[in-house]
Ligand binder design. Structure first.
Ligand code: PGA
Length: 252
């Protein structure tokens, strides 16, 4: 059965506090009639509190883009899961390919972050995905399996705990090149099978697997229509309220 779609805006290192608040004020009325889709915004850390306030107690959730795995301590420049909860976050993106590529995040860190987020009551949005070279060498499934098993090694999903997985082929991020719905579905189905192997089929069936990589208003419906695609993680096209609202309203 299709799950309730989940569409997440990843603003990356974009927008000042007032730009974030302006977005929320423009965006909320555009999606006020949408009831059957879950939505979250992931602004930069500096805007979390202001966005939480602007969103109010409504149906749009707040997500962070990264976190440290410790609760507190001598980690200059880092933000803890406790701080994210305090700022109003329900979700946190973990292991985005830009973190892996530019900040050297490896599987050990990603795994510690997933465990810590779950422990602190945040829902991790765990990102996995292959590079262009890996796809061309036929290594997509191998890479996705290594990343997923590496991140979830030793993780126990307590009843009621939620995990979200985002499949983001690195070659499709910010390039305008989307995986076709069929290409994405093939990997999503594979991920679902891995989750069933790791957590059992019930948890796997309940886990939402998002697609990310050049999701746009005009390709959202065909991607979301695939059996194992339960939503989207949207970068570039989430920066404008109008375009992100069109994605949230992909059903038309
Ligand atoms: P994009 O980014 O939509 O700009 O391709 C997606 C992401 O990196 O999460």
């Amino acid at each position: 059965m299709k799950k309730r779609p989940f569409i997440v805006a990843n603003w990356k290192m974009n927008k000042t506090i007032s730009e974030c608040v302006d977005f929320v004020e423009e965006f909320l009325p555009l999606v006020s009639m949408v009831e059957d889709v879950d939505v979250a915004l992931a602004p930069p850390f500096t805007s979390l509190t202001a966005v939480a306030r602007a969103l109010g107690p409504g149906r749009v959730s707040l997500a962070a883009q990264n976190m440290h795995w410790e609760e507190s301590g001598a980690f200059t420049g880092e933000i803890s899961p406790v701080m994210l909860r305090d700022a109003g976050c329900g979700y946190v993106i973990i292991g985005h390919s830009e973190r892996r590529q530019y900040f050297g995040e490896g599987e050990g860190e990603v795994s510690r972050k997933v465990a810590s987020a779950l422990r602190e009551g945040l829902v991790p949005i765990l990102c996995v995905g292959e590079t262009l070279g890996e796809r061309e060498y036929g290594k997509t499934f191998e890479v996705v399996e290594r990343q997923l098993r590496g991140a979830l090694d030793g993780i126990v999903l307590e009843s009621g705990a939620e995990l979200v997985v985002a499949y983001e082929p690195v070659w499709a991020i910010g390039t305008g090149k989307t995986a076709t719905p069929e290409e994405a579905q093939e990997v999503h189905h594979f991920i679902r099978g891995l989750l069933a192997n790791i957590f059992g089929s019930e948890s796997a069936g309940n886990t939402r697997i998002l697609y990310g990589g050049s999701v746009k208003p005009d390709n959202a419906a065909s991607l979301m229509g695939m059996a194992d695609i339960d939503g989207g993680l949207v970068g570039g096209a989430s920066l404008q309220p109008e375009s992100f609202a069109r994605i949230v309203k992909f059903r038309g």
